[in-house]
Design a protein around this ligand. Structure first.
Ligand SMILES: [Fe+2]
Length: 163
């Protein structure tokens, strides 16, 4: 495989694991805010990000390439409220989309059609992720960004405190 494509795919494994970590940080914020529905929504996102990381990981190994498991960066977010959290997620998804596109550019340049097929899936997935994060911001803005108003949305997101 093209060296640059391998490097970018390798870096993406780490970025997807960081995404999982970031979502876990957001989930934790909502747990502390007593909004368990939001917390579980973002925990599910964290699980999805781990699956993304593993897709890149498996792909590299399937191509007989190596994977370097680099340190996952600390999550340094200082969230004020639900809207702030939703915006943080949205910003991050746009960043990830840009990164995926960069890998696609390299794969196109290298005429690496197999990697392009893998990335097609991710480009579609990012469209979905951006749509979800944008909708979350819109919902919070419509309801009003305070806990009393967010209570109903929290229930809709599947939140139920443990008995
Ligand atoms: Fe992802």
């Amino acid at each position: 495989m093209n060296k640059k494509v391998v490097e970018l795919l390798n870096a993406q494994v780490n970025k997807e694991f960081f995404s999982a970590y970031l979502y876990l940080g957001i989930s934790k914020f909502f747990t502390k805010q007593d909004l368990p529905g939001f917390a579980s929504w973002y925990k599910v996102q964290a699980e999805e990000e781990q699956e993304h990381a593993m897709k890149f990981y498996e792909y590299l190994l399937d191509q007989d390439e190596d994977v370097t498991l680099e340190a996952i960066a600390e999550v340094k977010i200082n969230l004020k409220d639900a809207l702030d959290a939703a915006k943080e997620a949205d910003k991050h998804e746009h960043y990830i989309t840009d990164e995926i596109v960069k890998i696609m550019d390299a794969a196109v340049e290298a005429k690496d059609y197999r990697t392009q097929l893998l990335l097609d899936w991710f480009i579609k997935e990012q469209e979905e992720e951006e749509k979800n994060s944008k909708e979350m911001i819109a919902k919070i803005e419509m309801l009003g960004n305070d806990k009393k108003n967010l209570y109903l949305l929290d229930k809709e997101l599947g939140g139920r405190k443990a008995d």
